[in-house]
Design a protein around this ligand. Structure first.
Ligand code: HEM
Ligand SMILES: *[C@@H]1O[C@H](CO)[C@@H](O)[C@H](O)[C@H]1NC(C)=O
Length: 493
């Protein structure tokens, strides 16, 4: 390039930057947005973030800017909430304004606002209320949710018994059980773990989970302009979601043939009879597309979350033999060997209850939560947040709060026990988030975690392959905090 061209280009760049910064200053003045680091044109603040450990980057920014600050992911404006007080003020005290789902571009492209996780407004309200009612313990006919989980827990234990005490990677089996609980709730019946259709469903879920959790896809999903550069992965993700919906559609067709609307046996029955009831109501959101999308949502939201928590929990119990001994003592005393654990045992088992809570607190499964958005222009503290602003209500800082949980980075069930060994509740326990948009499967997940852990430990003593002290428990934290791979032996208890 000749010198004149170079000068012109440099001048042009200067002018563009000046325009960009003055626009930004105006934006801050007009809207009184929370403070934050200066973004660059097009890419925003992404160079200031470590995508292999976003929670750490967010904590550093909170030290500098305080508990609420503004960031730009590319051109998308995000307001980060860091710490218990600000979370409570937003998601609970002003919960109505903060209950919209923030946009995750990749997911938006596939679901187009359908299904309970990614919908808004009236559609979300109807789907959420219906799903909560149906997922209550006796919401679906004669067989309670608890019975379905107990049945699965027995199958899980039989599967581990087949390993005959040999060193085993528990990932696959612990993945099957929560997936099968969702099958049992949606479709009435569970599958055998070697059923071909079931394995196909598991494969789709696993692939999409891995895509969703990879750092490249994180960057892509934050910078939609880059989507053209990731065509393969993007298409794969799309196709898998379509395949999951198709899988559910086949089941829906079977259900339609034999529907007895008076005696619904599962979620699909309940939904189909709701569709019939509301067929003359033009405001009804209960159509086939929302059923397929919500069904796919329940599989995605309910499978890897629960199974990763189980897998991480067993690893922590392996690492702390004294914890395992106390759980065994409590199971032997309260339940014994001759009956299966039930959820009402939990009130008599404060130690085990505390371990389950501490596992969820310590592993910090979804450090960044799912994104929210404000559904109106609002005044919040001394700031003004325009409608549509994406909100990151972080869970990590709340679960790792050092005033509420002394030594927060130690795994210690005492965090949830008082001086008399009774269970101690904490408002800071928010692995399921809080407020109107919090996890819809919280009750189900807590039931699964308690029943699966106690049923496993009622039947087995867990033994590590090497010295428990050598077990490493931390890995990268991208969107999910996952445990490292490991093996263990299931010995008869
Ligand atoms: C240990 C297990 C689980 C954890 C840690 C977990 C955590 C979460 C979190 C943090 C959110 C986002 C909440 C928010 O946006 O404020 C969420 C949403 C959701 N979860 Fe869970 N979850 C778990 C299990 C389940 C299960 C078993 C189901 C199945 C029924 C489920 C269904 C959902 C749904 C449908 C949403 C979206 C709710 C909405 O947008 O209204 N989750 N979960
Ligand atoms: C949790 O808090 C402790 C002490 O306040 C800090 O040292 C640690 O880095 C935090 N851990 C995470 C994962 O944020």
């Amino acid at each position: 390039m000749d010198p004149w061209g170079l000068t012109t280009a440099a001048l042009l760049a200067c002018v563009l930057f000046l325009i960009f910064f003055s626009l930004r200053r105006q934006e801050f003045k007009r809207w009184k947005l929370p403070p934050g680091p200066t973004p660059l044109p097009f890419i925003g603040n992404i160079l200031q973030l470590d995508f292999k450990n976003l929670p750490a980057s967010f904590s550093q920014l909170a030290e500098k800017y305080g508990p609420i600050y503004t960031l730009y992911f590319g051109t998308q404006r995000v307001v980060v909430l860091h710490g218990y007080n600000i979370m409570k003020e937003a998601l609970i005290d002003q919960g109505d304004a903060f209950k919209d789902r923030g946009i995750i571009p990749m997911v938006e492209d596939v679901f187009k606002g359908q299904g309970v996780v990614f919908s808004h407004g009236e559609r979300w309200k109807q789907l959420r209320r219906f799903s909560l009612m149906t997922l209550r313990n006796f919401g679906m006919g004669k067989r309670s949710i608890e019975e379905r989980v107990q049945e699965e827990a027995q199958c899980l234990v039989e599967e581990f018994r087949k390993t005959k005490g040999q060193a085993t990677d528990p990932t696959f089996i612990l993945g099957c059980a929560p997936c099968n609980v969702i099958c049992s709730i949606l479709f009435r019946d569970r599958f055998n773990y070697n059923d071909e259709k079931f394995l196909y469903l598991m494969k789709l879920l696993k692939e999409n989970f891995e895509l969703f959790n990879s750092p490249w896809v994180q960057i892509y999903s934050l910078l939609p302009a880059f989507r053209v550069y990731l065509p393969g992965k993007h298409k794969r993700f799309f196709r898998n979601v379509e395949d999951i919906k198709h899988f559910i559609l086949e089941k829906v067709k079977e259900h339609q043939k034999i529907l007895d609307a008076i005696n619904p046996q599962d979620y699909i029955d309940c939904y189909l009879s709701k569709m019939q009831q509301e067929k003359d109501n033009p405001q009804s959101e209960f159509d086939l597309e929302n059923l397929l999308a919500t069904g796919a949502n329940l599989f995605v939201a309910g499978t890897e979350t629960t199974s990763s928590t189980l897998r991480y929990g067993l690893l922590l119990i392996l690492k702390h033999p004294e914890v395992q001994a106390k759980i065994h003592e409590e199971i032997d005393r309260v339940i014994g060997r001759n009956r299966v654990p039930s959820i009402k045992d939990r009130q008599d088992m404060p130690y085990t209850d505390a371990v389950v809570h501490e596992v969820q607190r310590f592993i910090d499964l979804l450090p960044l939560n799912l994104p929210h958005a404000v559904n109106q222009d609002i005044q919040f503290q001394q700031y003004f947040l325009p409608k549509g602003t994406t909100i990151f209500p972080l869970l990590s800082p709340v679960l790792n709060d050092s005033k509420e949980f002394p030594n927060p980075d130690q795994f210690d069930p005492q965090h949830f026990l008082d001086m008399n060994g009774k269970f101690k509740k904490s408002d800071y326990f928010m692995p399921f988030s809080t407020g109107k948009r919090s996890c819809l499967g919280e009750g189900l997940a807590m039931m699964e975690l308690f029943l699966f852990f106690t049923t496993i430990l009622q039947n087995f003593t867990l033994k590590s392959v090497g010295d428990p002290k050598e077990i490493s428990i931390r890995t990268n934290r991208i969107r999910f905090s996952l445990p490292p791979y490991y093996q263990l032996c299931f010995l008869p208890h």
